[in-house]
Design a protein around this ligand. Structure first.
Ligand SMILES: Cc1cc2nc3c(=O)[nH]c(=O)nc-3n(C[C@H](O)[C@H](O)[C@H](O)COP(=O)(O)OP(=O)(O)OC[C@H]3O[C@@H](n4cnc5c(N)ncnc54)[C@H](O)[C@@H]3O)c2cc1C
Length: 411
């Protein structure tokens, strides 16, 4: 059995997980004058945050707050008030305080001018260092000992424990595990009797039993489409992959699609390839004389369909009608059957996590007074568009506020 050494740390708060949630909690608490020790299993902090910045760091969204909080679906009642207390404007001000000027893109999404997370993270770590926050990397959270100290395994195989007056767990979800968050905490805190909703992929791809021809189109985008599932309709790009579909248009529907696949073994969506045109407008365009053009060329010229869209159309409608009205109807409603949810390790985010009933208003575990939870490890999900980071940061502010009050009460 490995012997545990009690680490003497000059801190009254231990934060485990140095992603956006842990860093925000550390900032908030250190600014209040608390001594904070921040732990992470990885050799460096904020790896998923850096990855999020690779394709343009979509920090938050500028839409009205009432619309914004609606994006959290069934978790709206819980996450909504956290976002209202720490809204997009507050996050933009916070970014500004770190020298990160933000702007609103044409879609209403908010980005830092630098577009990436690295300058932000650099400035943040410097500030946290100045505030006296100590960073302990290569420390993997193992749970709590009988006295409530936080147990870690270190890179050299030793086991250490850190005692603090309060703890914040900000261990993330289970997507992209190579960036640090692998959901290993679920088993640990379930042993404590904390209810956890099973972790599932969110903002993820789906499998489709494509024909050989479609597989050859892997990597081709279908731009400006609309995906319809039941009563929901989402505008956005979809990406054809060798196994099925990815992309914003499909990610936003991941919760109902996942649920339908679980219940029925499949989910039937339809893709509107020209959402900007009505069926009648499209039929009028397709009625233009075709001359000697092939049908594919006619679809490209008259209906503006790119080759990937034509291929998807042909895949969904066999045989493809040629009469303009029927063809227009087909273009606006291409059936695609999704047969499986892609594994969580390549999903953008995680659904499920520490259940709402497991924590109080300030996100303190009912089973472990003094231990708070923040970020993606809580049970909520949201589409891409800045809603993930906004809720991550807002929940960290809520938890950190709770820690401050908890420590004040104890004193
Ligand atoms: C490719 C990609 C692009 C994204 N783009 C965006 C975007 O543009 N906008 C947006 O809003 N969101 C985006 N996200 C989502 C966003 O990055 C996450 O929601 C956010 O990072 C969650 O923050 P967190 O602090 O809760 O968890 P994480 O960022 O996952 O941090 C958790 C930390 O805990 C550590 N940890 C985990 N387990 C242990 C353990 N046992 N012991 C010690 N440490 C541990 C990890 O190493 C990690 O550092 C993107 C995600 C991905 C994967």
């Amino acid at each position: 059995m490995t012997e545990t050494t009690l680490e003497i740390i000059p801190a009254d708060i231990v934060i485990v997980g140095a992603g956006p949630a842990g860093l925000m909690a550390a900032d908030h608490l250190a600014t209040l004058g608390h001594r904070v020790a921040l732990y992470d299993r990885m050799p460096s902090p904020g790896r998923k945050f850096l990855m999020a910045g690779r394709g343009g760091l979509n920090l938050t969204h500028s839409e009205p707050l009432a619309t914004f909080v609606g994006r959290y679906g069934p978790a709206r009642e819980w996450i909504g008030p956290m976002v209202e207390s720490f809204p997009p404007e507050a996050l933009r001000d916070f970014a500004k305080g770190l020298g990160q000027i933000t702007f609103i893109g044409s879609s209403g999404r908010v980005f830092p001018r630098a577009m990436k997370a690295s300058p932000w993270l650099r400035a943040w770590l410097t500030r946290l260092g100045d505030l006296g926050v100590t960073l302990h990397t290569r420390h993997t959270f193992l749970g709590f000992d009988d006295a409530g100290a936080v147990r870690f395994s270190t890179a050299d195989g030793a086991e250490v424990a850190a005692r603090a007056d309060a703890v914040v767990l900000a261990l993330g979800g289970a997507s992209w595990p190579r960036l640090g968050a692998d959901g290993g905490w679920v088993e640990i805190i379930e042993r404590d009797g904390v209810p956890v909703t099973p972790l599932e992929p969110s903002n993820c791809g789906f499998d489709v039993a494509w024909s050989e021809h479609m597989r050859r189109l892997a990597g081709e985008p279908v731009k400006r489409a609309a995906v319809v599932f039941g009563t929901e309709r989402v505008r956005g790009e979809i990406m054809i992959t060798g196994y099925g579909l990815e992309g914003g248009g499909i990610y936003a529907l991941s919760r109902p699609l996942r649920q339908a696949i679980r219940a029925n073994g499949h989910a039937d969506i339809t893709v509107d390839l020209r959402p900007d045109f009505s069926e009648a407008q499209l039929a009028a365009k397709l009625a233009e004389p075709r001359g000697k053009r092939s049908l594919s060329t006619h679809l490209a010229k008259a209906a503006g369909l790119a080759p990937a869209s034509v291929a998807l159309l042909r895949e969904g409608h066999r045989p493809l009608p040629t009469e303009p009205e029927a063809l227009a109807r087909a273009i606006k409603s291409v059936p695609v059957r999704l047969v499986a949810t892609r594994p969580i390790d390549r999903a953008i985010s995680t659904a499920g996590g520490v259940a709402r009933e497991a924590v109080d208003f300030h996100l303190m575990l009912r089973k472990r007074p003094g231990v708070f939870v923040a970020g993606e490890m809580l049970d909520w999900e949201a589409p891409t568009g800045g809603y993930l980071l906004q809720a991550t940061f807002a929940s960290a502010v809520r938890a950190a506020t709770g820690v401050g009050k908890y420590l004040a009460r104890r004193k």
